[in-house]
Structure formats: structure tokens, C-alpha cells
Design a binder for this molecule. Structure first.
Ligand code: COA
Length: 238
């Protein structure tokens, strides 16, 4: 740490929803440094542009120190049933569509780890998925990634499957899954009253930081934009 630089502290961290393409550069820089899989700019764009509401960033002042990138897929959950005439039909009482959340990337800058930033990013993303009617959330992580396994298992994710040599580096993956109690899905950012006990992760305070920080983040974005324009004139390229 440079002389006079402040120690990273959890109290200074603000969480924001993804707002601008400029933040994609921050996310890309963080992810490239720490995740073993190489992603193209199209991968970032695919996730972030389609599900920007499920993308959150953590800031210490103007510096992006963590990010989570996710998606949500719809699934037809109706089981076809055979009628007495042998024709396939659907149980009309079954929900037609449910949603499955997927955490694609999670990263916290090295000097800022073990401050619960990763856990808070996951909580924000899962709560946003729940509001979008997700009934489960899945992700894969390297079987050797102790910090990630600890973080997710602390939050209630369970080991679902081992995927042999899943990553390009030959390491196996573990698929982790969190089941969401859909009967208690309704929740309001302003109160924590309807949040199921197992998922009540202090949403209110995290979301309070979220709104407080938007102006600060906007200034960080405009500062970064003018810096990028002055140096390369390019916002995102691969
Ligand atoms: C995984 C990662 C996001 C965790 O972020 P973080 O902000 O440090 O996590 P948290 O502070 O919320 O910690 C959550 C739990 O994990 C534990 N943990 C964090 N780092 C750890 C480590 N190096 N070794 C053991 N446990 C660790 C914490 O102690 C905490 O558990 P506790 O509350 O029981 O003490 C971060 O280490 C990282 O960015 N790693 C590189 C990228 C990566 O692996 N991403 C995950 C891909 S799925």
C-alpha cells in the first residue's frame, strides 16, 4: 500500500447497479486479472447488456473494487401429461414459466477481499433475481476455489454436481445451487419484512448504499469517460 493511502475499509464501500458502458471496462479489468477463463468482449456484452439489472459493482470512492455479472433464463416447467386418448397435454394448474438465475462472474479486487464485498454483491444479485421471479440460482466454481466455496456455502448454496475438467485449465468445477422459496418471493427494497429468514441478508442497508452512491458513481463514470477520451478515444474494444 502506498504511503498515505487509506487502508481498504468495508464502511467506505458503496454498491451500485450497472449504469454505463464505461463500467464494463472496470468489470473486464477486474475479471481478467482474477478469473482463469478468458472471456471475449462479446461475453461481457451478452451478459451485461441483456441483464444489466442483475449486474452490481462495488466502489471505494471512484475506484471499482468488485463486480458481479449474472443472467436469468425462463423455463417452461409444465410436465406433459397423457390424456385418456393418449394425447399429450399440460397440467393447467402448474406454473407455466419459472426463472433460473445464473451467476457468471464474481470478483473482488485483491486488497479488498475478506470485507464481505463478495457476499454483499451476491446478496444484491440474488435479491434482484428473486424479484424477477427466479426460483433457483446456479453457478460453477473451480473445485479448488476455497474462498468462493466458503462465500457461497455461507449464503446457503449447496453442492449440486461435480463437472469433470470443466475449465480450460483442466480443473473440475462444482455446480452450486440456491433454491429460492417462491411462496415468499414478494419483497420491497424499502423494508425487509417479507424476505424469507434464510435469505434475509441485510438487503435494506445494502440497497440504501445503492441509492446514496449513484451520484458519486456518475461522477466516477464521467471522470473515467473524459480520461479515456483524452487518452485512447475508445470506450470498449477487445
Ligand atoms: C471469491 C471472492 C469473490 C470472495 O470475495 P470476498 O469479498 O473476499 O468475500 P467475503 O469477504 O464476502 O467472504 C466470504 C467468506 O469467504 C471467506 N473467505 C474469503 N476469502 C477467503 C480465503 N482466501 N480463504 C478462506 N476463506 C475465505 C471469508 O472468510 C468469509 O467467510 P466467513 O464469514 O465465514 O469468515 C474473492 O476471493 C475473489 O475475487 N476471488 C477471485 C475471483 C473468484 O474466484 N471468483 C469466484 C468465481 S465463482
Amino acid at each position: 500500500m502506498a504511503l498515505g493511502a487509506e487502508e481498504p475499509s468495508a464502511g467506505r464501500i458503496k454498491f451500485v447497479n450497472y449504469q454505463s458502458e464505461v463500467q464494463m471496462i472496470d468489470i473486464k479489468e477486474l475479471v481478467q486479472k482474477d478469473l482463469s477463463e478468458p472471456y471475449s468482449v462479446y461475453t461481457y456484452r451478452y451478459f451485461i447488456n441483456n441483464w444489466s439489472k442483475l449486474c452490481f459493482l462495488a466502489y471505494d470512492k471512484n475506484q471499482c473494487v468488485g463486480a458481479i455479472v449474472c443472467k436469468l433464463d425462463a423455463r417452461d416447467t409444465r410436465d406433459p401429461v397423457k390424456s385418456s386418448m393418449g394425447m399429450e397435454t399440460y397440467d393447467s394448474n402448474a406454473p407455466v414459466i419459472t426463472y433460473k438465475g445464473y451467476i457468471a462472474m464474481l470478483v473482488v479486487k485483491e486488497e479488498y477481499r475478506k470485507l464481505k464485498i463478495g457476499s454483499n454483491l451476491v446478496k444484491l444479485a440474488v435479491n434482484a433475481m428473486r424479484e424477477s421471479r427466479a426460483d433457483e440460482v446456479v453457478l460453477e466454481t473451480e473445485v479448488t476455489n476455497k474462498p468462493a466455496l466458503k462465500l457461497y456455502e455461507n449464503l446457503g448454496f449447496l453442492r449440486d454436481k461435480r463437472l469433470f475438467r470443466y475449465y480450460l485449465n483442466g480443473v473440475d468445477a462444482l455446480r452450486l445451487k440456491l433454491w429460492i422459496d417462491t411462496s415468499k418471493r414478494e419483497c420491497d427494497h424499502g423494508t425487509a419484512t417479507n424476505i424469507p429468514e434464510t435469505l434475509n441478508w441485510g438487503l435494506t442497508s445494502a440497497m440504501a448504499s445503492l441509492s446514496v452512491d449513484n451520484t458519486q458513481t456518475k461522477s466516477a463514470i464521467s471522470e473515467k469517460t473524459s480520461h479515456d477520451n483524452n487518452t485512447t478515444g475508445v470506450i470498449a474494444s477487445d
